[in-house]
Design a protein around this ligand. Structure first.
Ligand SMILES: [Mn+2]
Length: 401
């Protein structure tokens, strides 16, 4: 065989997926056993190997695969043109995916929760990103609203374990404004007003007029600090005084010379837990405050702005505020609220350009997603009548020393 023919064979054989070239003009069938052997030999990924999806989950571009089903989807919304300070969160989804690399199904047991969310009942996919336009915010909102509604209204694989038989979405932001299109979709899917648990340094219920610019337009109303005000205006949020939404981790400066921003927030039916309450109440007290208000029955949308953490732990964000919680405190609180009936969630404002080389901000974001996934899967287990794995302790720490 001439060298040119050998090269041709190498090129043409390389493009064959399931069959392989055994010789000139012959095609070899692969048996299932042989394919299984290939999977055993080469199917595994180390934390640092492979194409970057969230936690090495299978990737399907769900928006272009309308028959793809799932119980929980990770969906990226790389959008950051509604920010008031530092842009850069459009790179959040890829940074969070990269930082999730050490989350693998084979070492995914959450010792705090007593379950492995990646080896359980739920089919979890990385659905890729919504290709949000960066040059027209009105169009961007329309794209995100349409995408969330389309994905959120599919039938879940395990409908009995998903609220209303629908899957749950966890969105990787992106700036915080994406919560408005996410809430629009949930409101449409569930046909009811929603309650929100909002971790953030800031209120994000600001009237657009609180951004003092002479120049304004309809589009200037849509910002990452006013989307909950807009959601309230659109009637998406519960306005029953017995069923308010909750902010936690607040420490923002307020407008003007009084507590007017808090009064506006009260009028929009929100309860506030300040960052400083962590010192007075501890994680258990903060958890109790949140659970007392939200309970375990009502559908809750969980929105986590990474700036709830102190800039020492999460400097890679759009509007950092000193005096926030530690990453460990946030994890403890997230574990403590696992009883909530979460119907969707986001992790937003991870802007990797401002983080350090150790990628602490994106790592915190990836951990937040892990804890939310654990809670959603664990809630399904409880509804199946199963319980989490309980650690068999040999004795006290003192005995073991
Ligand atoms: Mn925010």
């Amino acid at each position: 065989m001439k060298l040119r023919e050998i090269l041709w064979l190498a090129v043409s054989c390389g493009s064959v997926a399931v069959r392989a070239c055994a010789g000139h003009g012959e095609v070899q069938e692969w048996s299932q056993e042989e394919l299984d052997e290939l999977e055993r030999k080469w199917g595994m990924e180390w934390g640092f190997s492979g194409i970057s999806t969230f936690a090495h989950l299978p990737h399907v571009k769900c928006l272009t695969n309308p028959t793809e089903d799932f119980d929980i989807a990770i969906i990226g919304a790389p959008f950051d043109t509604a920010v008031s300070y530092r842009p850069g969160a459009r790179f959040g989804p890829r940074a969070i995916r990269a930082a999730s690399a050490r989350q693998t199904s084979f070492r995914g047991f959450n010792a705090r929760a007593g379950i492995n969310p990646y080896q359980n009942w739920a089919k979890i996919l990385d659905c890729g990103d919504i290709p949000v336009v960066p040059t027209d915010n009105a169009l961007a909102v329309e794209q995100m609203s349409t995408a969330f509604a389309e994905l959120g209204s599919r039938a879940a694989v395990t409908p009995s374990l998903s609220p209303s038989g629908k899957p749950r979405l966890i969105t990787l932001g992106g700036d915080h404004s994406l919560a408005l299109p996410a809430l629009r979709a949930l409101h449409a899917v569930y046909g009811q007003k929603l309650r929100v648990l909002h971790f953030d340094a800031h209120l994000d219920t600001w009237h657009p007029g609180k951004y003092p610019s002479y120049w304004s337009s309809a589009q200037t109303q849509f910002t990452h600090g006013s989307m909950f005000w807009l959601a309230g205006q659109e009637g998406l949020l519960s306005n029953a005084s017995a069923a308010p939404s909750v902010h936690a981790g607040l420490r923002t400066r307020l407008s003007g010379g009084d507590f007017g921003d808090y009064e506006d927030d009260d009028a929009q039916n929100w309860v506030r837990v300040a960052a400083d309450e962590m010192d007075d109440l501890g994680t258990k007290g903060v958890v109790a405050r949140i659970m007392d208000v939200l309970g375990t029955e009502d559908p809750v949308y969980l929105s986590v702005d990474i700036d709830v953490l102190d800039p020492a732990f999460a400097p890679g964000t759009g509007t950092p505020e000193p005096g926030g919680w530690t990453t460990r405190e946030l994890i403890r609180v997230l574990r403590g609220i696992e009883g909530l009936n979460l119907v969707g969630a986001d992790i937003v404002e991870v802007a990797p350009a401002y983080q350090n080389n150790g990628e602490e901000t994106a790592l915190a974001g990836a951990q937040v997603v892990f804890e939310i996934l654990s809670s959603m899967v664990k809630r399904g287990m409880v509804e199946m009548g199963k319980t989490a794995v309980v650690e068999k302790k040999k004795g006290s720490v003192k005995d073991e020393l």
